[in-house]
Write a protein that binds this ligand. Structure first.
Ligand code: FMN
Length: 359
C-alpha cells in the first residue's frame, strides 16, 4: 500500500520527498513586471515548510502576449530569473522540490495587459483575437521550451505545462473550435500535435535532472474524453513527460451526462500503461483519508488546492494523522492572512470564491 510519506522517483529530475503537491494557484501577487514578490515567496515557502513535497507555482506566462491576470508571475524573460532563483533556493533549503507552471492564455489572454498582438489557435469573434499563423504556432512552442530552460537555469526542479482549463494548450485540443487546417487542428491527431510538440521541445531543451510535467483537463472546454484517453496513453508511451497532473475539480466526478454507477473520470485513466510516468490528480482532496483514497485507487500524487489555502501545513498534518481534515470553508479574511496569503491573493480568492470567505 502506498503511503502519503513515501518518496517518489521520477524518470527525470530529483525524487519527490512525499506524495503531496501544492496545486498551482494563481494569486495575483507578482510585481507588475511579472517578477516574484515577497508575498508570493512567503505563500509558497510556508507550504514548503508545511511539508508539501512539490511546490507548484501559479500559472506563469511564457510570453507577455499570453498574460491573463494582473499580478501574474512571468517566466518570459531573463529579468524573471532572480525571483525564480530565490524561490528555488528557499524551497530547496527546506528539502522540498519546486516547479513552475508554464502558461499562455491564447484567446483568453488579456489584451489590456499586452503591448503585443494577442493570438490563439483560431480567429475569435467574441474577443477579436486573431488566429495564429503556423509560424506563430512554432514560435509559441519555442516560448514554452525557452521558459522551461529558464526555470532550469534558475535551479527550479521542473515545470508543469498548463494544458488544462481552456488556455492556449487546451485550446488546441478543443474539438469545437480548433478547425485549423495546417496540421495543428481539425482531427484528434492534429489537435494533439501542439501539446506533444511543446513537451517534446521542453524535454529536448532540458537536462536529465529536470522533470517535465503536464496538467490536462479531460472534459469541458471542447474536449472529447475518448480523445483525451488516447492522448494520455500516447504521452505516457512517448517518454516526454515525467508527471501527468489531471485537473478534475473533483476526483470522484463522473463524466458529464454519464449515468450513476459509470466509471469516474479518473478511472478512465488509471489502467493506461504509464511507462514510468507518474500520475497526479487534483480536485476536492481535503483530508488525509481523501489522499489515501486516490493513492489506493492507483494515483501516485495528490495535488492539494483550496485545502492548502486553508492550512499551509496540510501535508505535515495529513502525514502525521490519518484522521486529519483541513479546516472547513468558509474561513475569515484574517484566517487567510495568518495562512500567509497577501492582500492581493485574499481579494482574488474572495472575488472568485465568495462563498468560501466569511463576512
Ligand atoms: C485561487 C485558485 C487559483 C488557481 N489557479 C490555478 C492556476 O494558476 N493554474 C491551474 O492549473 N489551476 C489553478 N487552480 C486550480 C487548482 O490548481 C486545483 O486544481 C483546483 O482548485 C481543484 O483542487 P482543490 O479542490 O484541491 O482546490 C486554482 C484554484 C484556486 C482555488
Amino acid at each position: 500500500m502506498k503511503k502519503l510519506s513515501d518518496p517518489l522517483n521520477l524518470r527525470h529530475g530529483r525524487p519527490l520527498p512525499n506524495r503531496l503537491v501544492l496545486a498551482p494557484m494563481t494569486n495575483q501577487q507578482s510585481e507588475p513586471d511579472g517578477t516574484l514578490s515577497d508575498n508570493e515567496l512567503a505563500w509558497l515557502l510556508a507550504r514548503a515548510e508545511g511539508g508539501f513535497g512539490l511546490l507548484q507555482t501559479a500559472a506563469a506566462y511564457v510570453n507577455p502576449a499570453g498574460q491573463v491576470w494582473h499580478g501574474q508571475l512571468g517566466i518570459s524573460s531573463d529579468a524573471h530569473l532572480p525571483g525564480l532563483e530565490r524561490l528555488a533556493a528557499a524551497v530547496t533549503a527546506v528539502g522540498a522540490r519546486s516547479s513552475v507552471q508554464l502558461h499562455h492564455g491564447g484567446v483568453r489572454a488579456e489584451k489590456a495587459l499586452s503591448s503585443q498582438d494577442v493570438v490563439g489557435p483560431w480567429d475569435d469573434a467574441q474577443t477579436g483575437v486573431r488566429g495564429m499563423t503556423t509560424g506563430e504556432v512554432q514560435r509559441a512552442i519555442e516560448d514554452f521550451a525557452e521558459a522551461a530552460a529558464r526555470a532550469e537555469k534558475a535551479g527550479i526542479d521542473g515545470i508543469e505545462v498548463h494544458g488544462g482549463h481552456g488556455y492556449l494548450v487546451g485550446q488546441f485540443l478543443d474539438a469545437s473550435n480548433n478547425l485549423r487546417t495546417d496540421g495543428y487542428g481539425s482531427n484528434p491527431t492534429g489537435r494533439a500535435r501542439f501539446v506533444k510538440e511543446v513537451v517534446h521541445a521542453i524535454r529536448e531543451r532540458t537536462g536529465p535532472d529536470f522533470h517535465v510535467g503536464l496538467r490536462l483537463s479531460v472534459e469541458r472546454y471542447g474536449l472529447v474524453l475518448e480523445d483525451m484517453v488516447q492522448l494520455v496513453g500516447e504521452l505516457f508511451a512517448s517518454g516526454d513527460i515525467d508527471i501527468l497532473d489531471l485537473s478534475l475539480w473533483d476526483v470522484e466526478k463522473l463524466p458529464a451526462n454519464a449515468p450513476e454507477g459509470s466509471q469516474t473520470l479518473l478511472e478512465h485513466f488509471l489502467n493506461l500503461p504509464r511507462h514510468r510516468t507518474v500520475l497526479g490528480v487534483a480536485g476536492h482532496i481535503a483530508s488525509a483519508e481523501a489522499v489515501q483514497r486516490v493513492l489506493d485507487q492507483g494515483a501516485d500524487l495528490a495535488y492539494i488546492g483550496k485545502a492548502a489555502i486553508a492550512d499551509h501545513a496540510f501535508a505535515h498534518q495529513a502525514i502525521a494523522d490519518p484522521g486529519y481534515h483541513a479546516p472547513a470553508f468558509p474561513v475569515t479574511r484574517e484566517h487567510l492572512r495568518v495562512e500567509k496569503l497577501g492582500e492581493p491573493f485574499v481579494s482574488y480568492f474572495e472575488t472568485n470564491w465568495p462563498h468560501l470567505v466569511e463576512g
